[in-house]
Design a binder for this molecule. Structure first.
Ligand code: KPL
Length: 286
């Protein structure tokens, strides 16, 4: 199967390796020619192992593939709208952004069959062609528009653990809640995911955020039991969350996509999460 991956950040590079290991031919669409040249010359190094992929910086040269998987951040999708709309309608798209806002973005592409997904791997970009798989997880997919069968091939690959979910909205909201619990706290305290469990004060804060979220969202305890949050912190213990990684690299944080969205949707006060939101917002004032 030919899979095209748009976005050569931590998740894009990790999924490229897992798909390639599973026998797929992967083409990686990069932001810059320099990164494409580096990837073509040296491949991707994942935890010290080399993976050969074809990388191109040019959307005009997108090969016909079985699937286009978008790992770019939500904030970068708008700039790709025209390129995506110009793709052949038979190329199915898989959106793997954090947050829920890309559900609306997908409506502007009425031709394509679309799935959305939640990624629960720990992945850390070490350099432009090196990624560290810091926590084994899975990708869960749900169809937004189209036939389930089209996306089915992604579910049966030996090194690409994947699962199916029937409700795209619930799947993405569960991930939003998970990101609200882990990302802002790790970003403010500069802790690895696993340290949210081992640092007793951080753990108290994690419990407080869970409590206020479950008061605002009664479906929370069913959608995301606290034990699953603990399990994810454990399985991605060595990971730097994407929000902390963004903060350490001076990139814009996905604050409004994840935390702002959740605070607004709650329709009631979430004092701990609200404080974390403003602490992080304050670091972004330029
Ligand atoms: O999605 C993540 C992120 O960092 O954004 C998790 C799964 C929490 C892993 O760190």
């Amino acid at each position: 199967m030919n899979v095209i991956i748009a976005g050569a950040g931590a998740v894009g590079m990790l999924l490229s390796c897992l798909l390639q290991e599973s026998g797929c031919r992967v083409t990686l669409l990069t932001r810059s020619k320099e990164q494409a040249d580096l990837l073509n010359a040296e491949g991707i190094v994942k935890n010290g192992e080399d993976f050969r992929v074809k990388a191109i910086p040019d959307w005009e040269a997108v090969p016909l593939g079985a699937m286009l998987v978008l790992t770019v951040k939500y904030g970068d999708l708008a700039g790709l709208r025209h390129k995506l709309a110009a793709l052949p309608a038979e190329l199915p798209l898989v959106f793997l952004q954090n947050g829920m806002l890309h559900l609306q973005f997908a409506e502007s592409l009425p031709q394509q069959q679309i799935a959305v997904g939640s990624v629960e791997h720990g992945a850390q970009k070490v350099s432009s062609n090196e990624v560290c798989h810091t926590g084994r997880g899975k990708v869960t997919l749900a169809v937004l528009r189209g036939e389930k069968e089209v996306f089915q091939p992604l579910l049966h690959l030996p090194y690409f653990p994947a699962a199916w979910h029937e409700d795209a909205g619930a799947l993405l909201f569960r991930k939003v809640l998970l990101n609200c619990l882990i990302n802002p706290l790790t970003a403010v305290l500069e802790l690895k995911n696993g340290e949210l469990l081992t640092n007793p004060h951080a753990f108290t804060l994690l419990q407080s955020i869970y409590k206020e979220l479950s008061e605002a969202y009664p479906e929370m305890e069913h959608l995301l039991p606290f034990a699953q949050v603990v399990a994810l912190c454990r399985s991605t213990a060595a990971n730097t969350s994407s929000m902390l990684a963004d903060r350490l690299s001076g990139r814009r944080l996905e604050l409004d996509t994840i935390v702002g969205y959740t605070l607004k949707r709650a329709g009631q006060e979430l004092p701990v999460l609200n404080t974390l939101y403003y602490l992080l917002k304050a670091t972004e004032v330029d």
